[in-house]
Design a binder for this molecule. Sequence first.
Ligand code: GLY
Length: 353
Amino acid sequence: MNILIIGSGVIGLSTAFELALAGHRVRVITRNYEEGTSWVAGGMLAPYSEGLEGDLLEFSRESLSLYSDFIDRLSDVARLSIYFNRNGILRLAVDQEELSLIEKKLSLYARLGISFQKLEVEELFKREPLLSKTLMGGVLFEEEGNVDAEKLMDALLFACENLKIKILIDDITEVELKDGRVESVKGYRETYRADFYVFATGSWSRQLLKLPVFPVKGQILKVKGLELDKVYYSKLAYIIPKENHILIGATSEDAGFDRRPTLGGVKSLAEGSIKVIPSMEGAEFLSVKVGFRPATPDEKPILKLGENFAYLVGHYRNGILWAPISAKLILDFVERGVVSPYFDKFSDGRFKT
Ligand code: GLY
């Protein structure tokens, strides 16, 4: 099949990759393949640390279970190794309120057979001597993971090239619909036609698709100088070790598409990380980046299947985690006509009255 993907973030490229690997002729249209929020993501695979439940939890667990094979397949085709592990994430409480919030979810997670270790302060400080003694406790979610999102994006671009996926630079401004089918998409440079269209337009979906998706600005720092073996997640900051650096994420700001990093953002993340791990004070500052999480009013994605098109948008805080399952939904439909129940659960119909 001749497939057109609009958007080159992790969702668009993962879908392009899986479809091309299955033998389809795939093109990706992007106005700027470095613009996507995926390049700025922390790369935590953290459904439990994020406190997800219900459909989102189910969706996340399914995607997490696909991750290892997805990374293997992708590194093979891209011929690039991708920093990825399932060393667990230590969810920390900086005060009583945060502790209660974390504990509230534990009985649900235990019932679902999710493995975690609840660590009272004595045990926590014995195991983790770097942590500040002001913390109130923590839970180690042993199955959670960490992937280097920049490496993942590099690998997706390399894989696209190796699979002969064409990446076209254009800005799609109009979708021509007729009787519920997409007839074409129009860019500045030309009009494009395909057998099937996938819109993975992230924070920019409101303008093109009239969907309730809006940007939530996130600033993230890159530092180096400490040896850490897992992610430390608290509401003040998450400290995320990669191969040769550490990320400190992330602010959450209602600031539209304001691309400017701010001193306030840098300060809150730096202070937050030092409150959790005091020796972060000596870390070398490398950079700050800004991205735009594609949020929806209920923080769930919008997954829609039309006759010859699909929307995969609104992945908010979990685009990296939800990439394998999002791509699989499209692959299952295109290859075998399977319509996943997630298209119903996360349909845009929920916003229409
Ligand atoms: N998933 C973490 C964040 O969006 O900040």
